[in-house]
Design a protein around this ligand. Structure first.
Ligand code: LLP
Length: 386
């Protein structure tokens, strides 16, 4: 499976060049998702008995076809807002509330009430919510989201643990939370920790489970342990492939040590990033003071990741794939900000010209869902390839 993945890494869209060019002819900017790639990644995660439930973090890509594909693969859906909860029930026919997890951050009171009303599993991460809204939580069962005191991930802005992060109950506050819970007959049915996004160390999740399981032993009512998402994607040509085998064997070992808890994971990026491409059209090619730039018909408005996190995405000229006579270009968008750069110094065909189709790779996660209408530019279109 891993070998298959490595071989296919850059290739699903190479094999579908004609189809993608035809889609681009219908208009760009345009995201295209390959559902077979989503399935492939899903099966890597579900291929172990150690994991009892995988939730897809829909914030990465809430496209209805992707949600339905993953639910068919046995996944649940993790939502962070009432909007996401309503979206999944509206778009996945017959979805059971037991398959939905609500993991909000600083959400308003009515979203907790509505989530309980939908019958989904609700995560809480502070004592203040229980003290301020006892009637919302009285007699319920919730999962407790913890801050294990450290954050991890590909960029400071996606680390979700430690003093600087707004998420999670610090371990030092657990006793206070248990007291507040007892006072309103609130039961802790699960423990949860998500320390960040794009974590390269495959042993991270093993360690989180071990830490949460020790705490669960002390609490006594815990059934589920959710060790978060955060699995990385090899965005750059040099990125090592994530060692899924090591990840899996670590979870199998720790599950054997603490077999009485349901092991839960909630990845987003890993499932969908490589399944998506962003198609753009070249607008202008300009040489200014010795810097060559290729302009595209969308930039940071369609894909924020490079400007927000200095993220790398491969960029290819789909109209001239394989053209080896290349020059280095910065690839920029049409937005009136200097940060509107999708890639610096990229080797692209010297013949690149207006109307060529550019493909921005690995954009299936946190792409379309973070797109915006800045400068009053239209949102990208979206297509799915079955
Ligand atoms: N669970 C929780 C509670 C989360 O906050 C997140 C992501 C996930 C799961 C899924 O994480 P993943 O498996 O996708 O790494 N926009 C940023 C990523 C923000 C992640 C926010 N939380 C980016 O484009 O890199």
């Amino acid at each position: 499976l891993e070998v298959g993945r490595a071989q296919r890494r850059a290739s699903w869209w190479v094999g579908r060049r004609g189809q993608l060019l035809a889609r681009a002819a219908e208009g760009t900017p345009r995201y295209v998702y390959d559902l077979e790639t989503v399935r492939e990644h899903a099966r890597v995660l579900t291929g172990t008995d150690a994991i009892d439930r995988c939730y897809f973090a829909i914030k990465a890509n809430p496209h209805p076809a992707i949600l339905r594909t993953l639910v068919t693969e046995g996944f649940g859906l993790e939502c962070v807002s009432l909007g996401e909860i309503e979206h999944v029930f509206a778009n996945v026919p017959g979805l059971s509330p037991q398959r939905v997890l609500f993991t909000p951050s600083f959400a308003p009171r009515h979203e907790y009430e509505a989530a309980f009303g939908h019958g989904v599993t609700v995560t809480v991460d502070n004592v203040e919510a229980l003290q301020r809204w006892p009637e919302v939580f009285r007699g319920r069962t919730v999962w407790l989201r913890l801050d294990l005191g450290r954050g991890e991930g590909h960029h400071a802005k996606v680390k979700t643990g430690g003093v600087a992060a707004k998420f999670g109950l610090p371990l030092a506050r657990v006793d206070a939370f248990l007291d507040a819970a007892r006072a309103i007959d609130l039961r802790i049915g699960g423990l949860h920790a998500h320390l960040g996004s794009g974590i390269d160390d495959a042993r991270h999740w093993h360690d989180v489970y071990a830490q949460l399981a020790c705490l669960a032993d002390r609490i006594g009512t815990v059934e589920s342990i959710d060790i978060g998402g955060g699995l990385p994607v090899p965005y750059t040509p040099e990125s090592p492939l994530f060692d899924v085998a090591l990840w899996r064997s670590g979870l199998e070992a720790i599950k054997a040590d603490y077999p009485r808890y349901r092991l839960v994971v909630e990845p987003g990026r890993y499932l969908v990033a490589e399944a998506g491409v962003l198609l753009l059209s070249v607008t202008q090619v300009v040489d200014k003071d010795g810097v060559r730039r290729i302009g595209a018909d969308a930039g940071m408005n369609a894909l924020m990741r490079p400007s927000v996190y200095d993220a790398y995405h491969g960029i290819h000229n789909l109209s001239r794939l394989g053209d080896e006579d290349t020059l280095e270009y910065d690839v920029v968008g049409p937005i009136c900000e200097s940060g509107d750069v999708l890639g610096f110094g990229r080797p692209l065909p010297a013949a690149t010209a207006e109307g060529d189709v550019l493909l921005v790779a690995d954009t299936g996660a946190y792409g379309m869902v973070m797109a915006n209408t800045y400068n009053l530019r239209a949102l990208p279109a979206e297509d799915v390839i079955e």
